[in-house]
Write a protein of this length. Structure first.
Length: 245
């Protein structure tokens, strides 16, 4: 007990001898936050209105049309197929080679409803500012990645074929070929996963990385606008690469 008091006293002396100015509390006030306090919602609405009007103008801009709803789900889905197609299109037009595509289902927050597609539609689907990247990983790390994806029941992928049986990956192939553990593979994904997030740890063990400037959201919008200019509606079908039994 005496030892503790000595240490406290020593600290007090040291700080008391410091000639530098220390922070001081000038004034305090306690503001109670209780449900009985009412706010002027009309005043708040008037304050927000100009910003909302500007935001609505941006979000309501039409960029395409979906003849049917594209749903998100596992192990595969129509919206997942559209997203990976958009990613692949972007990488190809920017002359970046990849062997397969992996993005996390947690980053896709909504389905794409049938009808007019607006900027706001894509913000609801992809609200995060994660950029596209190409990661180079070893064949052994890719095999481990596929094992984890199978244990999760799938992710949003393309170019990876497997059968998920009781949470295990069977008959895994990359572009119709078995994984070669003696070579490296290029994975088109997003920078969030490059840190091994969502338990996809092998992606953090990359030996090289190429980062695009565009976010996944921008990539999806570019793909939709491209098809709209060509007069094509936005459709997608499951790739039937990942089967769960």
């Amino acid at each position: 007990m005496h030892k503790i008091l000595f240490i406290v006293a020593a600290i007090a002396v040291l700080y008391g001898c410091d000639t530098r100015k220390q922070p001081q509390v000038v004034d305090t006030d306690l503001i109670a936050v209780v449900h009985t306090v009412r706010c002027d919602t009309n005043e708040m609405s008037r304050w927000i209105a100009p910003y909302k009007t500007t935001l609505d103008r941006v979000m309501d801009v039409p960029i395409g049309y979906a003849p049917q709803t594209l749903q998100i789900g596992l192990p595969e889905s129509s919206l997942g197929a559209m997203v990976t197609t958009a990613m692949g299109y972007y990488a190809t037009t920017h002359k970046q080679h990849y062997d397969c595509i992996v993005t996390n289902i947690g980053g896709i927050r909504d389905s794409l409803a049938q009808g007019e597609i607006t900027v706001g539609s894509i913000f609801r689907i992809s609200p995060f500012n994660n950029r596209l990247v190409v990661l180079t990983i070893s064949g052994s790390e890719l095999r481990e990645l596929c094992r984890i994806i199978a244990a999760q029941g799938g992710q949003v992928t393309s170019g990876i074929a497997m059968t998920i049986a009781n949470g295990s990956a069977e008959n895994v192939k990359i572009n119709k070929l078995p994984i070669d553990t003696l070579r490296n593979y290029k994975i088109l994904t997003n920078d969030y996963l490059s840190f091994g997030n969502d338990y996809l740890y092998p992606l953090a063990k990359y030996t090289s990385i190429y980062a695009f400037e565009a976010t996944l959201r921008e990539v999806i919008m570019d793909y939709i606008r491209y098809n709209t200019r060509k007069g094509k509606p936005i459709t997608a079908q499951k790739g039937n690469e990942v089967k769960k039994i």
